[in-house]
Design a protein around this ligand. Structure first.
Ligand SMILES: [Zn+2]
Length: 174
């Protein structure tokens, strides 16, 4: 069992667009949805374990909304917030959450988190990025961001095409 959990880090300079408020924990059926939520800026833990008790426990401790496909998972205490995802296809699950007004699409918060680590990216200088990204990217881009945990460097357009297409589709929705 492995649990990804956010680490406290100093606030980066471009904090204006951070999503505050709703935090999520998704179960093992919803890994792609976790990445999609992080892409939109939502603090989302991907719980890969089998048992439901640790999932509920973590959700309670960190005030997270549980997202699940499991119809047997039901709230047992007043503080339990469980939202059942009806859509089977990952590409439709984000839309479902927007439609049901659980989340909203905010341009400012897009791409503020590492998709793998769920923590905020820090802006870095061009000098820091030099040699660590392909040359043509370095000369093309003005701004770079780095995940403080896995050290992956992001730039505008570094997210895979299908992620950007998904955002385009979601815009027509929200
Ligand atoms: Zn990372």
């Amino acid at each position: 069992m492995r649990i990804e959990s956010p680490h406290p880090i100093p606030l980066p300079r471009w904090g204006e667009g951070r999503v505050r408020g709703m935090k999520f924990i998704v179960d093992r059926m919803l890994g792609k949805l976790a990445k999609g939520l992080r892409m939109l800026g939502y603090d989302t833990v991907y719980y890969r374990g089998e048992g439901t008790y640790p999932l509920i426990k973590m959700a309670r401790e960190e005030s997270r909304v549980i997202l699940t496909r499991n119809s047997k998972l039901i709230p047992k205490r007043p503080e339990d917030r469980i939202h059942r995802i009806m859509e089977d296809k990952p590409s439709l699950q984000l839309k479902e959450l927007i439609q049901k007004k659980v989340i909203s699409l905010n341009e400012k918060t897009l791409f503020s988190r590492c998709l793998l680590c769920n923590i905020f990216l820090n802006e870095i200088t061009r000098e820091e990025a030099e040699g660590k990204v392909p040359d043509f990217i370095f000369f093309q881009q003005k701004t770079f961001f780095r995940c403080p945990q896995c050290l992956k460097i992001y730039w505008q357009g570094s997210h895979q095409d299908h992620m950007l297409k998904r955002i385009e589709q979601l815009k027509n929705f929200g």
